[in-house]
Design a protein around this ligand. Structure first.
Ligand code: SF4
Length: 139
């Protein structure tokens, strides 16, 4: 649903206007339904820019998932960088063996959910307002 999300588009716009030379330096990569906006193959770094004014575990999980997907495709030694232009902050992200186990559990949970006859109900939490699936779930 990300292509219809104003939040995602706004984040992309902030990224493009904050780091103007980025599109020329890095590649966009699509892999197993995952789209990495800024992939630096030369330095083995995945960059993810967030418009948010606070750091969230979900941001870290997103970058770790990118690193996991790359590892599955034989790309070893990648690291991630989460960038928060509004906070003027960057975080280094590494994928550990524990992370790989957690991600495999998330994938198992997702497979279990999507194999259900009934879709789960909305969770009705504040996070829903910023979720790419908001219209899908609530309209
Ligand atoms: S809007 Fe997002 S977070 Fe809320 S119930 Fe739907 S999928 Fe879950």
């Amino acid at each position: 649903m990300e292509h219809t999300s104003d939040t995602v588009n706004e984040g992309k716009l902030i990224g493009e206007n904050t780091y103007t030379d980025r599109a020329a330096k890095y590649t966009e990569l699509q892999l197993d339904g995952v789209k990495i906006d800024y992939y630096d193959a030369k330095n083995k770094v995945v960059h993810e820019i967030k418009k948010s004014d606070k750091m969230e575990a979900a941001h870290e999980a997103q970058v770790k998932y990118y690193l996991y997907k790359l590892k599955q495709h034989g790309v070893e030694g990648m690291t991630g960088v989460l960038e928060y232009p509004t906070l003027r902050h960057t975080s280094q992200i590494m994928l550990t063996d524990d992370d790989v186990q957690s991600i495999q559990k998330w994938e198992g949970d997702i497979m279990e959910i999507i194999s259900r006859e009934e879709m789960p109900g909305v969770i009705d939490k504040p996070v829903c307002k910023r979720c790419s699936y908001f219209e899908f779930c609530y309209c």
